[in-house]
Design a protein around this ligand. Structure first.
Ligand SMILES: Cc1cc2nc3c(=O)[nH]c(=O)nc-3n(C[C@H](O)[C@H](O)[C@H](O)COP(=O)(O)OP(=O)(O)OC[C@H]3O[C@@H](n4cnc5c(N)ncnc54)[C@H](O)[C@@H]3O)c2cc1C
Length: 367
């Protein structure tokens, strides 16, 4: 008899990268991804992976070696992929400029990127910049990258199912779920983002909360470099106020953003969208269409409004203490948790997936 199936719960960037690494490690394993949301779905605030910018811009504290390792391993995997296949899976390599108001130093992790340079803040496009660096990084078009991950899972023999899971024991007892994969699973990877709060023990559930993010997406294919301004301290995570301009290989540019702890409002607020446009023009004047660059402030704003494609809102799956990548035993099944990545799920996905699969295989995650 073949070994029992393995279930990956969740089809965001975390679940899909975990499934890919699992199938690569054990090509004979029968892997089933079970999720409410699948990559081809319409944008949904509760499906964070589809709303993300997404750029690779670590905010790992200098002393947070675990997060730094996840982020830089992920950069290595993505950069290698971009060198091999170009922009076909949604990746774009670019010069990223990071500006600070009120700080005089940068995160050490940026020095690990290619082409790292400290720039003269006097050359910043906006006022009050006290420190500025640039380096090579990547952006990701989520819809393209999730679709490419879905194809990789399928080509490795994994299967995707749309289903809601009410509890971890239900994966072994609910007839409707068992009908998807035949027998109780030997292992479950919990990659359910914010949904994990309904599946884990109460103390763990209490540690999870949404950090709302609102963005404006514009059509501006002439912008091919990334710009970010940080005002106030990150505080080891995502503190302060951050403005970003994230071009994608598709010609869309994501302007952001907000970080609203505990806010479940799923729709865009008009005043917030207006503020985002103002901040984006401040840090990247080239976001304004070329024909309107010499216009007055009102003319530039109107020209920028004319290229808005959509507003979007998403809930980052934030967890007090950072992501949970850990192994446990629930009932008869081996459970590996890989959730709670806050605003860093894209830039840490491959590093976390490799740790999660290593934990399942019996290894110990490295610091
Ligand atoms: C505005 C915004 C900008 C961001 N920008 C960046 C960025 O630039 N860089 C970066 O690294 N990160 C960014 N992030 C964060 C990033 O999007 C998340 O960290 C990441 O998407 C989390 O992925 P995930 O797979 O854990 O969760 P999700 O993408 O939310 O996926 C969760 C999956 O679990 C399934 N699920 C949950 N509960 C159940 C259940 N009970 N039964 C069945 N299925 C279930 C869902 O259906 C879904 O398939 C941003 C987020 C937002 C909102």
């Amino acid at each position: 008899m073949p070994p029992p199936p393995i279930v990956v719960l969740g089809a965001g960037v975390i679940g899909l990268t975990t499934a890919v690494r699992l199938l690569e490690a054990r090509p004979d394993a029968e892997v089933h991804i079970v999720a409410d949301h699948l990559p081809s779905d319409a944008l949904d605030a509760h499906y964070a992976s589809t709303i993300a910018g997404a750029h690779h811009l670590s905010f790992a504290d200098d002393k947070d070696l675990r997060q730094r390792r996840w982020d830089m391993r992920t950069f290595e995997v993505l950069y290698d992929e971009w060198r091999r296949v170009g922009e076909s899976t949604g990746l774009m390599a670019l010069t990223q400029t990071e500006m600070w108001e009120g700080a005089s130093s940068h995160l050490e992790v940026y020095e690990q990127h290619p082409d790292f340079r400290v720039l003269d803040p006097a050359d910043a496009p906006c006022a009050n910049i006290s420190h500025m660096v640039s380096f090579t990084s990547l952006t990701i078009a989520p819809a393209l990258y999730l679709a490419s991950l879905e194809r990789r899972v399928a080509s490795l023999g994994g299967r995707l199912h749309r289903a809601h899971v009410t509890s971890l024991p239900a994966l072994s007892s609910d007839p409707a779920l068992l009908a998807l994969y035949g027998r109780p699973p030997s292992a479950v990877f919990v990659c359910a983002g914010l949904g994990a709060r309904h599946l884990v023990e109460p103390a763990e559930a209490a540690a999870l909360s949404p950090t709302r993010g609102q963005v404006v997406v514009v059509a501006a294919p002439w912008v091919r470099s990334g710009h970010t301004r940080q005002v106030g301290a990150l505080g080891g995570s995502e503190g302060g106020t951050r403005t970003y301009v994230i071009p994608r290989c598709t010609g869309e540019v994501v302007l952001g953003g907000t970080m609203e702890a505990g806010d479940w409002a799923p729709y865009a607020r008009e005043a917030t969208a207006d503020d985002i446009l103002t901040r984006a023009m401040d840090i990247c004047p080239a976001i304004v269409p070329p024909h309107a660059r010499d216009a007055g402030a009102d003319g530039r704003r109107e020209a920028l409004r004319a290229i808005v494609l959509r507003d979007a809102v998403g809930f980052r799956p934030s967890r007090a203490g950072g992501a949970r990548v850990a192994r446990a035993r629930v009932g008869g099944a081996s459970v590996v948790y890989n959730y709670g990545h806050g605003g860093a799920g894209w830039q840490s996905c491959w590093g976390c997936a490799e740790d999660a699969v290593g934990l399942w295989a019996g290894g110990v995650a490295r610091l």
